[in-house]
Design a binder for this molecule. Structure first.
Ligand code: PLP
Length: 349
């Protein structure tokens, strides 16, 4: 079998959720963001484990993701939809008891007309200019909206991973100006905002990437291991080239292993010649170009060729791969492809 194995440690994800929860005061609730299939790790399994660990509120990007999540979680936990109430969403919102975060006057109108008694939240734009109602619009509709009893007023920080960015304080001030005195529960912070300190926590935080072991939560536990089966090995002589475009040329005789995963599995082509794979604790350089389904690795220094080599493990995490590929851990996680066999550990007491 040439199917690579992505192992997901649900206990580590729950430990990260608890660690982030401990960073805010006991009055602040900690939700869990499981959009994009739980950042690529499997929203149903991740969310069920987090619900067992005590998470009562979840965020997804799309209503369709909310439907799948409700089916996994059953009734009870609140499922918030960040993209709000779009045309065609009404039946799903109502039948699956989803809570849309309304982002515009259009969405507010749609929701109030279609589901006047159904819970909703409001997303405000405090300076990111991506999603949410702007200050002037909010001023015009706030009293009407507040009368309808939103369950949450939220906004999102554009620079939370850069504590010294002046925009953080500016967004905090804008969010206060838009929401002080409303008496409605408030939420401003994702993982980065939690790390900015208690001023940013309000009533509810919304961590995503930190749960999955990614920066900016440097204290996170790693929660994924990715093992790639060795399909074949060969000896190469000095001067022989390996892979597409002769991407690597042997300087001395060595042994090359070909392993089963490539850029179609989310291992970016930009990793070519840049990172290590691991035989237990022994690093083995990725050599040549990453191709669609295959990676080549220099294993000339190994006494014995193992049946698989790992590319994500205790030594090398998603942010290490991201650095090498010139991207962020979020993109590495959410790119992890559908071909891996996903194996879950932990998560049940
Ligand atoms: C994705 C997202 C989050 C979670 O962000 P992380 O940086 O992954 O913690 C929280 N809130 C909103 C609005 C988001 O889009």
């Amino acid at each position: 079998m040439a199917c690579a194995t992505l192992s997901i440690d649900l206990d580590a994800i729950c430990a990260n959720w608890r660690a982030l929860d401990r960073l805010s005061s006991p009055d602040t609730q900690t939700a869990a963001v499981v959009k994009a299939d739980g950042y690529g790790l499997g929203a149903p399994r991740v969310a069920r484990a987090l619900a067992q660990a005590g998470a009562r509120r979840f965020f997804v990007a799309l209503t369709e993701e909310g439907v799948a999540l409700r089916q996994a979680l059953g009734p009870g936990p609140q499922i918030n939809v960040l993209s709000g109430h779009m045309a065609g969403d009404t039946d799903m919102v109502s039948d699956l008891d989803l809570t849309p975060m309304l982002n515009s006057l259009d969405q507010i109108t749609r929701h109030f007309e279609a589901l006047p008694d159904h819970p909703f939240g409001i997303q405000l734009d405090s300076g990111m200019n991506r999603l949410g109602i702007e200050a002037a619009e909010w001023e015009a509709v706030a009293s009407l909206v507040l009368e309808a009893g939103p369950v949450l007023l939220m906004s999102h920080l554009a620079c939370a991973d850069t504590p010294e960015a002046p925009l953080n304080r500016a967004q905090l001030a804008e969010f206060h100006a838009m929401t002080d005195g409303t008496g409605v529960p408030r939420s401003l912070s994702a993982t980065g905002g939690i790390l900015l300190g208690r001023d940013y926590h309000f009533d509810l935080t919304r961590p995503g990437v930190g749960l999955y072991g990614g920066l900016p939560f440097a204290g996170a536990m790693r929660c994924v291991t990715l093992d790639l089966p060795v399909i074949q090995t060969r000896d190469v002589e000095a001067g022989e080239a390996v892979g597409y475009g002769m991407g690597w040329v042997a300087q001395h005789p060595t042994r090359v292993a070909t392993v089963a995963a490539g850029y179609a599995d989310g291992l970016h082509r930009a990793l070519s010649n840049k990172v290590m794979l691991w035989a237990g604790d022994v690093p083995c350089p990725l050599i040549g170009r990453v191709s669609m389904d295959l990676i080549t690795v220099d294993v000339g220094h190994l006494q014995e060729i193992p049946s698989s080599l790992s590319i994500l493990n205790g030594q090398q995490g998603v942010d290490d791969l991201a650095d090498a590929a010139g991207t962020i851990g979020y993109e590495v996680l959410t790119s992890l492809g559908p071909r891996y066999g996903r194996r879950y550990t932990g998560g049940r007491k």
